[in-house]
Design a protein around this ligand. Structure first.
Ligand code: SF4
Length: 145
């Protein structure tokens, strides 16, 4: 079971291997890769800090409890028809994301996010809507599924 907060469901679509630190990115790559290979993985939806936030580097400004980040979580879950405490397979989350979000939603929802300018999150939404799934972050030779 992986614990995720609302807005991280969107962040995972845009994930390309970048992160706040090496340890943060290593953990996020592991989570992302598991969801990509095994969409039957169950996800528990949390209010606030989750399994990705758990690796946020202590030497950087902590934003995981900021009000605007909580608001983004709530907005994403509301749009998906999901609730904090719910347990849902990643594949079902992907299906709902594809049905409920368009790339243009990202700048509207995430105007304060430092990763917005890379454009990868809009592309992640486009991919999921096109049925292409999560971007394969790990090189092909490591595929073992
Ligand atoms: S712009 Fe930021 S908050 Fe929004 S989906 Fe991308 S990484 Fe997540």
């Amino acid at each position: 079971m992986i614990r995720l907060r609302g807005h991280h469901l969107l962040c995972l679509l845009g994930y390309r291997g970048m992160g706040y630190s090496e340890a943060y990115a290593e953990n996020m790559t592991r989570v992302h890769d598991q969801l990509r290979r095994r969409p039957e993985t169950m996800v528990m939806l949390t209010a606030g800090p989750d399994d990705l936030c758990a690796h946020f580097p202590p030497d950087q400004p902590y934003h995981c409890q900021d009000a605007n980040v909580h608001e983004r979580d709530a907005a994403v879950l509301r749009r998906l028809g999901l609730r904090v405490g719910g347990v849902v397979a990643w594949g079902e989350i992907e299906r709902r994301l594809a049905a409920q979000f368009v790339p243009e939603d990202i700048p509207r929802l995430c105007c304060t996010c430092p990763w917005l300018a890379y454009g990868v999150c809009e592309d992640g939404v486009r991919r999921i809507r096109a049925g292409e799934g999560l971007y394969p972050v790990l090189p092909k030779e490591t595929d073992h599924a």
